[in-house]
Design a protein around this ligand. Structure first.
Ligand code: SF4
Ligand code: SF4
Length: 416
């Protein structure tokens, strides 16, 4: 399996404090020998651990500008959330020109791809035969969460590529047509707010291969962008997204853009989990569209941004409510892209099943019984001192052969 994770731990900085272990939504972290360990098969790259680590020991691996040297022609795709990282009075065309000066030959606005998606999704969800609610495919952390914890909901996910992938595909095609470069000569890079998107470039969801060659975090090059923007003299017009497309950066933005009335937009991974639990029980079948975003506030809250998410959200809201001289996407053009299969998923996504105890049902039942037995012995304090987030997680680790009962400090003391 081609499994790549952007989120990694810097062991030297880790203090074994358990903050990350307690917050990880998929119980993917253990603390062993006073160092955190990420269980790769459970990690969804949501970045919660990056946010909460007081020692900055968890980080997202992204590319450097140096990687541009590998290609003859380079394209930057700035994330929609970049609009929230600058004051309202800055012309984003100038910022995009500043990005171009960092070594890119072309800049393609991700928000424009969100405009294309908006039109297509608006039409798709009219289909009465789709399982309701239709789940947005925007947030790769939520998609991974569904694969890992809510596999029965996989069929609800709309099979449309994310704006990042649509933008990359369109940009590559434009460059090939306009400048005559071959696909392999073009490097397409996402200017990213999101570790989950970074991971989804190397290990794509719903498509065989990403249209991107890498990603560079906003955080890493923000200072360079600001400096470079200041030296832009002649501003070339690059911005193409409508305020509705840009609004996708904020929780609820895509539902508002689509114009669906009966939707639920949920931000923050723990809130998303609670709503998916309800959905799994069939309690939300009367809802048309579900927009779940792992970060608080939506992509404006992505851990690789620089601006406070609440301030960034305010800016995006003001942009979305403001006037614009950019025309809405031609509906026929967007639907043609869809009908030609250019923006749809080509691969089925599979349950990850890592939460299952055994592929053999008989063995799985025996292991559940063993866990129940262990739970009668364990103190039930969920104190985390054993290095697992809960007593139940320790019991699971024990039946998987990855921990021992003595790891519980209370039991260990009792046995001495
Ligand atoms: S990125 Fe998210 S899922 Fe992965 S270890 Fe960190 S908190 Fe857990
Ligand atoms: S909400 Fe946006 S930034 Fe956060 S994980 Fe999802 S796609 Fe990434």
């Amino acid at each position: 399996m081609n499994e790549f994770h952007s989120v990694v731990l810097d062991k030297d900085k880790c203090n074994g404090c358990t903050n990350c272990m307690r917050r990880c939504p998929t119980e993917a972290i253990r603390v062993r020998d006073k160092k955190a360990v990420i269980l790769k098969e459970r990690c969804i790259d949501c970045g919660e651990c990056i946010r909460v680590c007081p020692y900055h020991a968890q980080k997202a691996v992204t590319d450097d500008l140096d990687k541009l040297k590998q290609f003859k022609f380079n394209v930057a795709i700035p994330a929609m959330s970049l609009y929230g990282q600058f004051d309202m009075d800055i012309d984003m065309n100038k910022v995009f020109n500043g990005i171009k000066k960092l070594g890119f030959d072309y800049v393609y606005d991700e928000g424009y791809a969100a405009d294309i998606s908006t039109t297509v999704i608006r039409n798709i969800i009219k289909d009465k035969n789709l399982p309701k609610p239709v789940i947005s495919s925007l947030c790769p952390a939520v998609l991974r969460l569904i694969q890992v914890r809510f596999p029965t909901l996989i069929d609800h996910i709309i099979k449309i590529e994310s704006p990042m992938e649509i933008a990359a595909r369109m940009a590559r095609k434009e460059v090939m047509e306009k400048y005559g470069f071959k696909s392999e000569e073009i490097g397409v890079f996402y200017i990213s707010q999101c570790p989950a998107k970074v991971a989804s470039i190397k290990d794509p969801i719903g498509i065989k291969q990403s249209n991107l060659d890498g990603s560079i975090s906003i955080k890493k090059i923000y200072g360079d962008i600001v400096r470079s923007t200041k030296s832009v003299e002649k501003v070339e017009r690059i911005v193409r997204a409508t305020p509705k497309g840009i609004d996708w950066a904020r929780a609820g933005g895509q539902s508002r853009a689509i114009g669906v009335e009966n939707y639920i937009a949920v931000d923050g991974i723990e809130n998303v989990i609670k709503v998916l639990e309800e959905m799994e029980l069939g309690k939300l079948d009367n809802i048309d569209y579900f927009e779940g975003l792992a970060c608080v506030g939506g992509c404006v809250g992505g851990p690789l941004n620089v601006e406070n998410p609440f301030i960034a959200r305010n800016r995006i809201r003001r942009i979305s409510q403001g006037k614009s001289n950019i025309a809405e996407i031609d509906e026929n053009y967007a639907l043609e892209l869809y009908e030609k299969g250019l923006i749809t998923w080509t691969e089925e996504i599979q349950p990850k099943g890592v939460m299952k105890l055994d592929t053999d049902i008989g063995n799985a039942i025996k292991k559940i019984e063993k866990i129940d037995e262990l739970m009668n012995t364990l103190p039930g304090l969920d104190c985390g001192s054993c290095g697992a987030p809960t007593c139940y997680a320790l019991a699971e680790d024990i039946v998987r052969g990855k921990a021992k009962l003595d790891d519980c400090i209370i039991i260990s003391k009792r046995n001495k």
